[in-house]
Design a protein around this ligand. Sequence first.
Ligand SMILES: Cc1cc2nc3c(=O)[nH]c(=O)nc-3n(C[C@H](O)[C@H](O)[C@H](O)COP(=O)(O)O)c2cc1C
Length: 225
Amino acid sequence: MKKKWMVFVCLLCLSAVSWGCSGGGSGASTETETQAVDAAKNGDAKILTVYFTMPETDGTDAVSGASRIVENGDVVGNTQFVAQQIQDTAGGDLFQIETTKTYPGDHDALVDEASQEQDEDARPELSSEIDNFDQYDVVFVGYPNWWGDMPQAMYTFFDTYDFSGKTIIPFVTHGGSGFSDTISSIETLEPDAEVVSSGLSIARDDVADAGGDIKTWVEDLGFAK
Ligand SMILES: Cc1cc2nc3c(=O)[nH]c(=O)nc-3n(C[C@H](O)[C@H](O)[C@H](O)COP(=O)(O)O)c2cc1C
């Protein structure tokens, strides 16, 4: 069954708006970004990996290509899987962004809910809080691409925490759109942070096999523990 947001992605491709329809992949860091990361990891930078994930409960199976995969017998969302791999390599703390509202597990209901939230520019209330956020120097921030944007809960997240002086390293999982314009959105939301604009983008079909690439990406940034 064709997914509603896939039609949206294809229309964007056809109209030549650049959403990165190739399926993503990690890009090389620019010199400025490398300097930012160098500065951040200098000494013993405190690292946090945060992510939002919403694994769908319907669909075929918990297999690669669905919005959930099996990791050591546990079913995890795509973005959660990537976040866990990053933390495994980089060390530091891991935090899941959660909301007080419950999203539908059913795909169609979830895409409708996400679309409505986006139309309303909603700020879903968060139910979890990061202890002593000030202590972190480097924050890997991950989310699924929803309708060519971040889930609205990510906007609540960026409204909630002050990233001044921190380095943000974004990562995304997606069905063909890559980051869309989300990195510029983060730069706008957090003007006093260093945002590594190349980030890591992994297509949903590739997530389950991406462990090696994720490890290499984190190591190339210089954050291997
Ligand atoms: C509400 C919703 C909207 C989506 N919109 C897009 C989109 O616009 N472009 C895209 O490439 N993928 C889109 N996807 C696919 C997700 O980005 C992809 O399945 C992602 O890996 C899900 O991550 P998760 O399992 O961590 O929630 C959408 C998925 C959902 C549920």
